[in-house]
Design a protein around this ligand. Structure first.
Ligand code: SF4
Length: 237
């Protein structure tokens, strides 16, 4: 079995889906949808956001690790800033750390992480090589609940600074909380996938979170379509 066939089998897709060596005609919309400037998290946060916006990488990582700007700091073992190539072309943004991520200090290291790695491999990407992986919130929400709006708002300046430092060619929002954080609007993944958005001049696409795909196996085929769309989009950049 070829490496790609093995990856597709792990994704639960083979033999239905095959990645063409030469992508088919792209279906990138002619004009991307532009996300509004993300809102401030509230009064008293502007100075903090401005300070974070000036941080270099080491200052940013230290600030994340010491942060207590929202209640998620109370139950965490450690904050999980992100991992990967600081000059990545691809930025993948998930929701927040889970139990294993909280334990190990790295995003996407559990079962969802294995699936994300397989998804990356399917489009010839590897964690850490032109790829950076981060989350909308850097600390684990208790019982893996969805982060609350106030928590994503409090954590937003860190993600915004990561994007500013990396300046990726393409941002991929994994799941609804990440998409809503980045696009500052209500997002339904089923309606947003396959469309090209814009985050401050950087193309942005939306797909399912790997943890969702583990619970909803039929949607893996849609995720595969999204991977092909991402690759076509990157090929045009
Ligand atoms: Fe700070 Fe973000 Fe952790 Fe909240 S989730 S404590 S804002 S690093």
């Amino acid at each position: 079995m070829s490496r790609r066939a093995g990856i597709l089998r792990e994704l639960g897709l083979g033999p239905l889906w095959r990645l063409r060596d030469r992508p088919a005609a792209a279906v990138v919309p002619e004009s991307a949808e532009v996300a509004p400037e993300p809102a401030s998290a509230g009064a008293g946060t502007d100075d903090r956001a401005a300070a974070i916006a000036r941080m270099d990488w080491s200052g940013l990582i230290d600030a994340v690790k010491q942060c207590s700007a929202c209640g998620l700091c109370r139950a965490r073992k450690q904050a999980v800033p992100g991992v990967g190539d600081p000059q990545a072309d691809w930025l993948f943004v998930g929701e927040g750390p889970g139990a294993e991520e909280d334990e190990r200090g790295e995003p996407f290291v559990g079962q969802a992480g294995k699936l994300l790695d397989a998804m990356l491999a399917a489009i010839d990407l590897r964690r850490g090589e032109k790829v950076y992986i981060a989350n909308a919130v850097k600390c684990r929400p208790p019982n893996n609940r969805t982060p609350e709006a106030g928590e994503t708002a409090a954590c937003w300046p860190f993600l915004a600074r990561q994007i500013g430092l990396i300046r990726p060619k393409l941002v991929v929002a994994l799941g609804r909380p990440a998409a809503q954080t980045l696009l500052q609007s209500e997002v339904k993944i089923s309606a947003a996938r396959g469309r090209l958005f814009d985050y401050q001049g950087i193309p942005l696409v939306v797909t399912y979170h790997p943890a969702y795909l583990l619970r909803n196996l039929p949607d893996k085929a849609k995720a595969w379509e999204d991977l092909c769309f991402m690759r076509r989009t990157m090929g045009k950049l």
